[in-house]
Design a protein. Structure first.
Length: 219
């Protein structure tokens, strides 16, 4: 978490614009669909919004990989261009994971938390290892195996940060009391928090990869 925060402070000028561009595009597309198709467009827009969570995570994973040497070599457009070939994989894997975790949380809670923990690294695995949909689930579980409580701790801490910021955003939106303000605050909140969450979860991926390869390196 401390590494994620240090990286966020060092590279927020590069990471936040990437998140902002994607969230604005998704919001505009959702509004357009709702205006053109009515309630059907609202449903489609909701599905796109769900998939968009994984699209932005994919873009941020690549951006984080890019800045690990201390500087950003890829522009926003170049980063998004590199995500495009993996969009279908991100969408299918993301929707499947979200559905399974959501059902687990609604019905039994604990199974949902377990699934969230073992599948936390799906996006980094897809973007950095080129894994397909099915392989991404198994590979994430391989990396998390033996470190479940540590990974769950990362999830809890990032969710606490997200909840705190959502509360503050809700207070700010309540002051203005308008639908436009709600949309603006929502986009701003997601734009600010998405890079930090991506950093925390991607740093977890790098740490577990290091643990995985350590024995081989030692020999």
């Amino acid at each position: 978490m401390s590494e994620a925060w240090d990286a966020y402070r060092a590279h927020w000028r590069h990471l936040i614009p990437i998140a902002f561009v994607v969230y604005v595009l998704i919001a505009l597309l959702a509004v357009l669909l709702a205006l053109v198709l009515g309630w059907i467009g609202v449903v489609i827009g909701g599905l796109i919004g769900l998939a968009g969570v994984f699209w932005i995570q994919g873009a941020l994973v690549l951006a984080i990989e890019d800045v690990r040497d201390g500087r950003a070599d890829l522009s926003i457009r170049e980063t998004l261009d590199r995500v495009r070939p993996r969009l279908n994989t991100l969408t299918v894997a993301g929707v499947l994971a979200a559905f399974a975790v959501g059902v687990g949380l609604l019905l039994f809670v604990v199974p949902g938390l377990v699934l969230l923990t073992i599948w936390l690294l799906i996006v980094p695995v897809i973007m950095l290892e080129g894994a397909g949909v099915i392989r991404s689930f198994g590979r994430s579980r391989e990396l998390v195996s033996g470190h479940g409580w540590s990974v769950f701790g990362v999830i809890v801490l990032t969710l606490l940060v997200l909840i705190l910021i959502e509360i503050i955003a809700g207070i700010v939106a309540g002051v203005f009391d308008s639908s436009v303000a709600d949309v603006v605050v929502d986009i701003a909140t997601r734009t600010l928090t998405a890079p930090f969450i991506a950093l925390a979860w991607t740093m977890t991926y790098y740490h577990l990869r290091a643990v995985e390869t350590a024995p081989a390196s030692a020999t």
